[in-house]
Design a protein around this ligand. Structure first.
Ligand SMILES: *[C@@H]1O[C@H](CO)[C@@H](O)[C@H](O)[C@H]1NC(C)=O
Ligand SMILES: *[C@@H]1O[C@H](CO)[C@@H](O)[C@H](O)[C@H]1NC(C)=O
Ligand SMILES: *[C@@H]1O[C@H](CO)[C@@H](O)[C@H](O)[C@H]1NC(C)=O
Ligand SMILES: *[C@@H]1O[C@H](CO)[C@@H](O)[C@H](O)[C@H]1NC(C)=O
Ligand SMILES: *[C@@H]1O[C@H](CO)[C@@H](O)[C@H](O)[C@H]1NC(C)=O
Length: 171
């Protein structure tokens, strides 16, 4: 009985610590940003989207928002080769929904490529965005690196919590 209630107190303490850590972590979470493609120019020919794209930072979880004349244009996700050649053959994903306002979630840290078909790609309607993982700033300098795995402050905190939890349950 006594041992059991002692364990319960410990589990409560651990729960509070874990919840607090989760809140701290989430305080550092970032709200997703919806990037209006092309800014004021929106999605149209004769605009250099490379210039637009290079001025933004795209994080995993952000969205692209394409706004355009639905009677003229569309948006397709393609791979790098198709982007380079302005071809929509074998495109990856058709973002076009028909209203001239389409959203696309950037779910992975990688480059994404989009273009408009019907020849408009040759007039500049193509955009590449480089999506990166969000990292809290200021980032402490990497402490230990092993096999590409960087142990940062947050990772160490999580590891410590895991150790404390295991200790509380089995100790
Ligand atoms: C893109 O940016 C470069 C320099 O940053 C500029 O020289 C060029 O004119 C821009 N292109 C367009 C189409 O705005
Ligand atoms: C658009 O701008 C980028 C960066 O300034 C440049 O490398 C590229 O050649 C431009 N594209 C066109 C079609 O002008
Ligand atoms: C065009 O496509 C060919 C393969 O079909 C590829 O080798 C080439 O790199 C592509 N060009 C560009 C600019 O991506
Ligand atoms: C890009 O997509 C085209 C069309 O589906 C395909 O033929 C090509 O192999 C792809 N290239 C790469 C590098 O995945
Ligand atoms: C993309 O989807 C839209 C809406 O379903 C459709 O009208 C259009 O033909 C599709 N485009 C391609 C290239 O498949």
């Amino acid at each position: 009985m006594r041992r059991r209630s002692g364990g319960a107190v410990w589990l409560n303490t651990v729960a509070v610590v874990v919840a607090t850590a989760a809140m701290l972590t989430c305080a550092m979470c970032r709200n997703p940003v919806r990037h209006l493609v092309g800014g004021k120019q929106r999605w149209k020919p004769n605009f250099n989207y490379t210039n637009w794209s290079l001025k933004q930072t795209f994080y995993v979880g952000d969205w692209l928002y394409f706004v355009y004349d639905k009677h003229m244009f569309n948006v397709l996700e393609v791979n790098e080769t198709s982007y380079g050649n302005c071809t929509d053959q074998g495109f990856i994903f058709n973002i076009t929904r028909g209203a001239g306002r389409d959203v696309f979630e950037l779910t992975q840290p990688k480059p994404y490529y989009f273009l408009a078909s019907g020849g408009y790609c040759y007039n500049g309607m193509k955009v590449a965005v480089n999506v990166v993982e969000f990292v809290q700033a200021p980032q402490p300098s990497p402490a230990i690196t092993s096999g590409g795995y960087v142990v940062t402050g947050i990772n160490q905190l999580i590891m410590l919590l895991m150790v404390v939890t295991v200790w509380a349950i089995f100790g």
